[in-house]
Design a binder for this molecule. Structure first.
Ligand SMILES: *[C@@H]1O[C@H](CO)[C@@H](O)[C@H](O)[C@H]1NC(C)=O
Ligand SMILES: *[C@@H]1O[C@H](CO)[C@@H](O)[C@H](O)[C@H]1NC(C)=O
Length: 144
């Protein structure tokens, strides 16, 4: 009898936990091991996406700057620091690299539909180790 009650209690506790995590109450909490979704508007996600976009612009031969267009997946994983796993899209702006720099990006409009309109889908995995003030890009690629 006692055992049954304990089991029931455990089951309802599990149900509550499951519901809580389904509702996203666990956002930002440490769950070592597997990656879990966080808000796509999380400032830390915005920052890693922007940094990666700077890297993209820095390495591309394009005459124009690209900027983030949308974020499709934002995940966080706690492993000796924090890993961020992000899928996002960048799109070409009207700002020429020649006349602009990254500080101008917020004011750079996207290219209108037409010859110069182009987007890339990017995948990014960054490992941030706060106590070493270090941020290591483990995977970053973009494809059209
Ligand atoms: C890329 O980054 C390097 C080092 O930070 C800098 O010297 C260079 O001017 C940048 N190139 C472009 C095209 O932004
Ligand atoms: C996490 O986000 C992705 C992309 O938005 C979605 O497809 C997936 O169902 C989400 N997973 C959970 C457990 O919410």
């Amino acid at each position: 009898m006692m055992g049954q009650k304990t089991l029931l209690l455990l089951l309802s506790l599990l149900a509550v936990l499951e519901m809580a995590s389904a509702l996203g109450f666990y956002y930002g909490r440490s769950m070592p091991g597997s990656p879990y979704n966080i808000s796509r508007t999380d400032p830390r996600i915005q920052k890693v996406v922007l940094d990666a976009t700077f890297t993209f612009n820095n390495q591309s031969n394009d005459a124009y700057l690209f900027k983030p267009y949308a974020i499709y997946r934002a995940q966080r994983q706690v492993v000796k620091g924090v890993r961020y796993i992000v899928d996002f899209e960048i799109s070409r702006t009207v700002c020429r690299k020649r006349d602009s720099n990254h500080n101008d990006l917020p004011n750079c409009d996207f290219q209108p539909e037409g010859r110069l309109h182009q987007t890339f889908r990017c995948h990014l995995e960054v490992w941030v180790i706060p106590w070493r003030k270090e941020s290591i890009t483990q995977v970053f690629f973009c494809q059209s």
